[in-house]
Ligand binder design. Structure first.
Ligand code: ADP
Ligand code: ZN
Ligand code: ZN
Length: 705
């Protein structure tokens, strides 16, 4: 696969070139319609060939059209206008430049002095920067040029977003556990063992330093590396460490690049000008000639899964690319996904651990506030007594507080504020969702029942959906602490990436005392003055009607807790909950991943959810409700007709948002012990749907979980 071949095409058998996307010995077409390949185009499999094979794999595995898959993996070719940029380059030694600067200062030629000082630090400066930021006139620069101290050069440059990196800053040396893991990796690599590693390291244990050492090892042996970081954590702060260490060998992809800029970066990778690409999910498709390593940081992040067809997951796709190219894969996280840890324990991945923080700072102290008790004592506000006191205390000491409202995947569950009881499906153990028709529904199996007015467990009338937003929290803070400076960050206040960074930098500069926000405030930001983190409603994400609800909750709580006490003072964390005994909350309080894993895997095992079993999700959507229902009924019937030994079908069931943008949505799940029977199942459904006029107005999408 990936090899370029010449084939006769069309009636005239015109010779064209194409790529092999797969091999087999059973023709899928009538043998009479198949022509011979004319010949192979000699040479190594090129990046493009590799990408085409990858697209074919994605199409088959995840179920999409070849066109969608190709669009995902092949960079868009667009005419790019290369900008001409001018630079000022130092032509003498830096020491000499310093002497010159001093002499200009004595002569009160301050602009010239400034430029020479800057050049002594950094020998190439953009002309624009010299003029605008250093405030040096064109005339002064010309004068320096005439003295032979600088040269002005213009060149056709790629629009490199990392133009001004300062390479070669002093290095940290690895601590013992870091060393052991990195050495083990390097030894395998040099022995030609290209494995998949799971680096499980607590927050602040120095995973990034390990990635850098591993990347350096691979790059020093002439191959290239890709590092994936979730888009939300891809801030200058995080990538700066890579610029400093690897300088111009690094390129960054992020969503603010134009298509042309992206294409440029891909071309530089293909031509061997760079050897390290850092970016979100799509950086996987960097066409490096010889990939040696793919690192996925924060491997558990949901953002690694594409929401569009092909609904690929970066983890599996990285493993496939690594298989193609003989590369290694390193997955890193403080809270590994169930999937990755399950595979590591089964021996499919090599488990590596970092159990201590790299710097001398202790993990934060975590407390739970039982909101049922608060209600009993007459406190009906969103803040527990303990949290109220701690906020006041921080304001007094001029330290910062982060308050986090956990709304991820929130889907209108019903719970009792007196006893914490949550309405659940009797068949699936997932929470029921309130619908506008006044009924409670399970989105997994379709079970429904009427809404309740009293708690079935304790009889309390305080049973309802949980409603609270960041805006209410902000208002309450203003009322309770009138002098506190409060910032709020959520979808409404951020106004794109820029607004997001503005708020974060205002908070980092201590221009506010309290930051209130949704999950976007807990990802990877480092605020040394934060010594208190409050999680206002830890349960909220626990009851989304999704089998991964506990996993997501645990990850968020551990990450949120990791925000406290990153500086010299120890941090404290308050987790407010109605269910302090649920295992995801208990494990988060003790910051114990393994405890969480043990309980969660038992639940997945008992209910037959991934990663213990594999699952195929089939989503059907149509503007025509009647046709959709008919289509769903046909699929059900078709399923009964098949001889299903290995697979189990659930649904189709209406989605929690049944009608979205005028489209009705239903979802069906198929479970099996392994992925293979599911792919075969998907192929059968695909074929059935393609040939059946009843599905003409229905869009069917597939997702392998
Ligand atoms: P993680 O990604 O595991 O949460 P980081 O890589 O961000 O942790 O490291 C946390 C902090 O510890 C960083 O400030 C980093 O510079 C520092 N650090 C990491 N390794 C070492 C080391 N070997 N010696 C000293 N400091 C280290
Ligand atoms: Zn109750
Ligand atoms: Zn159910």
């Amino acid at each position: 696969p990936g090899v370029m071949v010449r084939v006769p095409f069309g009636k005239g058998n015109r010779l064209i070139t194409g790529y092999v996307i797969g091999t087999g010995n059973q023709p899928k077409l009538d043998a009479g319609r198949i022509k011979e390949i004319e010949g192979i185009v000699p040479g190594k499999v090129q990046a493009v060939g590799r990408m085409i094979e990858l697209a074919a794999w994605m199409k088959n595995y995840y179920g999409s059209t070849m066109n969608q898959a190709l669009k995902t993996v092949i960079p868009v070719k667009e005419k790019v206008r290369h900008q001409e940029r001018k630079q000022v380059v130092l032509t003498v030694m830096p020491e000499n430049a310093k002497e010159q600067a001093a002499s200009f200062r004595r002569k009160h030629a301050l602009a010239r002095a400034r430029l020479m000082e800057a050049l002594a630090q950094r020998p190439v400066i953009a002309l624009e920067e010299a003029k605008n930021e250093l405030n040096v006139s064109t005339q002064s620069i010309r004068a320096l040029e005439e003295l032979g101290l600088v040269r002005i050069q213009s060149e056709n440059i790629y629009r490199n977003p990392v133009a001004n990196a300062e390479a070669g800053v002093q290095r940290l040396s690895l601590n013992r556990q870091q060393r052991e893991n990195v050495d083990a990796f390097c030894a395998d690599y040099d022995a030609g063992l290209h494995r998949i590693y799971l680096l499980h390291g607590i927050t602040g244990s120095g995973k990034t330093l390990c990635y850098m050492e591993m990347i350096e090892h691979v790059v020093s042996r002439g191959r290239q590396a890709i590092l994936l970081i979730p888009e939300i954590a891809l801030t200058f702060q995080t990538v700066k460490r890579f610029y400093m260490r690897f300088g111009g060998k690094v390129s960054i992809l992020h969503s603010r690049l134009s298509k042309g800029e992206r294409y440029d970066q891909f071309m530089r990778a293909m031509n061997g000008e760079i050897s390290i690409m850092i970016g979100p999910r799509s950086a996987l498709f960097t066409p490096f000639p010889d990939i040696g390593l793919i690192v996925i940081d924060e491997e558990h992040e949901a953002a690694y899964k594409s929401e569009q067809s092909p609904k690929y997951h970066a983890r599996e796709t990285a493993c496939h690319i690594a298989g193609q190219s003989g590369a290694s894969v390193v997955l890193g996280s403080a809270t590994p996904s169930m999937e990755a840890y399950f595979r590591a324990l089964r021996g499919e991945y090599v488990l590596m651990e970092l159990e201590h923080r790299a710097k001398e700072c202790e993990l934060p102290k975590v407390y739970t506030a039982d909101m049922r008790q608060e209600l009993k004592q007459g406190n009906r506000s969103m803040f527990s007594m303990q949290l109220q006191q701690m906020i006041a205390d921080r304001l007094e000491r001029q330290e910062q507080t982060m308050l986090f409202l956990n709304k991820r995947g929130y889907a209108g569950f019903i719970s009792c504020r007196s006893c914490g009881h949550v309405m659940r499906c009797p068949h699936c153990d997932l929470s029921l969702t309130a619908h506008s028709n006044g009924r409670l529904m399970c989105h997994y199996c379709g079970y429904e029942q009427p809404q309740v007015s009293a708690c079935p467990s304790c009889g309390s009338k305080y049973i309802s959906g949980f409603r609270a937003g960041t805006q209410q929290v902000e208002a309450l803070l203003h009322k309770m602490y009138p002098s506190a400076r409060v910032l709020r960050m959520d979808m409404d206040t951020t106004g794109g990436k820029e607004g997001h960074e503005k708020i974060l930098s205002a908070f980092a500069d201590h221009r506010a005392d309290i930051l209130v926000g949704t999950q976007m405030i807990v990802k990877g930001h480092d605020f040394p003055a934060v010594t208190l983190v409050g999680v206002l409603a830890a349960d909220m994400s626990l009851y989304s009607s999704d089998y991964q609800a506990s996993e997501r909750t645990f990850q968020l709580l551990v990450q949120a807790a990791g925000r406290a006490g990153r500086g010299s003072r120890q941090g404290e964390v308050v987790i407010q909950t109605y269910t302090p005994d649920s295992y995801s909350i208990r494990a988060a309080v003790s910051q114990d991943y393994k405890q969480f894993y043990r309980e969660e895997i038992a639940f997945r095992e008992a209910m037959g959810y991934p990663p213990v079993r594999s699952m195929l999700k089939i989503s059907l959507s149509s503007e025509n409700e009647e046709q959709l229902e008919n289509g769903c009924a046909l699929l059900k019937a078709q399923n009964k007709g098949q001889n299903q030994e290995q697979t189990e079908c659930i649904g189709p069931v209406p989605d929690s948002v049944y009608k979205r943008n005028d489209y009705y949505n239903q979802t069906m799940y198929v479970k099996a012990p392994e992925t293979e029977p599911l792919i075969a199942y998907k192929d059968r459904v695909e074929e059935y749907v393609r040939d059946n006029p009843a599905f003409r107005q229905i869009t069917v999408q597939y997702d392998i979980i």
